[in-house]
Design a protein around this ligand. Structure first.
Ligand SMILES: *Cc1c(COP(=O)(O)O)cnc(C)c1O
Length: 345
């Protein structure tokens, strides 16, 4: 049976060029700072994002955890969206491991936090309160549908942060999707953040790894926190080698994923029982509702999987489909055809 796996861009497998780069990578002990391939990737990432330095970690979750723990101490508070990956999907690591309190602010449908909500969440200096320290943003915003935050919005949050002496961390797991979709240099999207994390292992198709970028001082401190969480690894050039190929070869092609997501969204929007807001489909994520079908999202996905098309149920009636490297236009057409068959019974 033909399988079309649209559950996540994390299912991407390394490209032939990545496997070749892994096989031939020059290696050393990265805890000693001696892995030349890791050093090259970190320098490349910092340059690409317009930051002074970068640090390789094993996952996006580790990147966010290390970043928050570098900015914040015990009893400090982060201001974070109620649909943020950091809040919903990282097992509460900031509080579990860092004693960091979180103050949730509603995510708007466009992935932003309203400036007034951020401002209202900032604590006064009072011994009853945790200390506000950090604003966490996410671009693209996963649970808001892969929508993009703009440089203009980032600048407004920066002004607010400066007014209250707060730092900004940007969870940019899919920051290159945002840059490609908006047609801006990624530097523009991260300029106003003190730290930014991004994933090599999603649409960029590397097998493992994320990077944290920031100032020299921040990255030096983050390197110690990475050691604390057990993230100091040795011949990590094995991982970095694929990451270099990801940055060199896999960014521009994200546009294909966006075109395929658009095709999928337009097809789904015309199907009975399915509702979807095409304006929210800006990158490679397609969220839709199946409340008008006889099934819950889980039942819908189970029936679809039996026909070889895999998607994720992310709410009682909400389904997410993700386009990525390895998914061609014909796969999307096949998925649409399969769904219309399922709906016809
Ligand atoms: C996937 C994701 C992460 C975490 O990445 P992992 O490598 O799966 O730990 C963080 N933030 C966002 C927005 C993500 O989509």
């Amino acid at each position: 049976m033909r399988i079309v796996d649209l559950r996540s861009d994390t299912v991407t497998l390394p490209t032939p060029a990545m496997r070749e780069a892994i096989a031939t990578a020059e290696l050393g002990d990265d805890v000693f700072g001696e892995d030349p391939t890791v050093n090259r990737l970190e320098a490349m990432a910092a340059e690409r994002l317009g930051k002074e330095a970068a640090l390789l970690v094993m996952s996006g979750t580790m990147a966010n955890l290390v970043s928050v723990l570098t900015h914040c101490g015990r009893g400090d508070e982060i201001i974070v969206g109620d649909k943020a990956h950091i809040f919903l999907d990282e097992a509460g690591g900031c509080s579990a491991l860092g004693g960091v309190h979180s103050h949730q602010v509603p995510n708007q449908p466009d992935g932003t936090l309203a400036l007034a909500d951020i401002e209202a969440a900032v604590r006064e200096d009072d011994i009853h309160f945790p200390r506000s320290r950090l604003i966490c943003l996410e671009n693209t915003h996963n649970m808001c549908g892969g929508v993009c935050l703009t440089p203009d919005y980032m600048r407004q949050v920066r002004q607010l942060a400066d007014q209250y002496g707060l730092m900004i961390h940007l969870d940019g797991a899919r920051i290159f999707n945002a840059a490609v979709a908006l047609g801006v240099d990624v530097k523009e999207l991260v300029r106003d953040a003190d730290s930014v994390s991004f994933c090599l292992s999603k649409g960029l198709a590397a097998p493992i790894g994320s990077l944290i970028c920031g100032s020299q001082d921040f990255i030096r401190a983050a390197r110690r926190v990475r050691k604390i969480v057990g993230g100091g690894t040795r011949q990590a050039g094995i991982i970095a080698a694929a990451g270099i190929v990801a940055l060199e070869q896999m960014v521009d092609r994200l546009a294909e994923d966006h075109t395929n997501a658009r095709l999928l969204a337009d097809g789904l929007a015309n199907m009975p029982g399915i509702t979807l807001d095409p304006a929210r489909v800006q990158t490679n994520l397609v969220f839709f509702e199946v409340a008008g079908t006889p099934w819950t999202a889980a039942e819908f996905c189970e029936r679809l999987a039996a026909l070889g098309v895999l998607m994720l149920a992310l709410g009682r009636y909400t389904v997410r489909a993700v386009t990525h490297y390895g998914i061609e236009r014909s796969d999307v057409e096949h998925a649409l055809h399969t769904i219309s068959q399922l709906l016809r019974g």
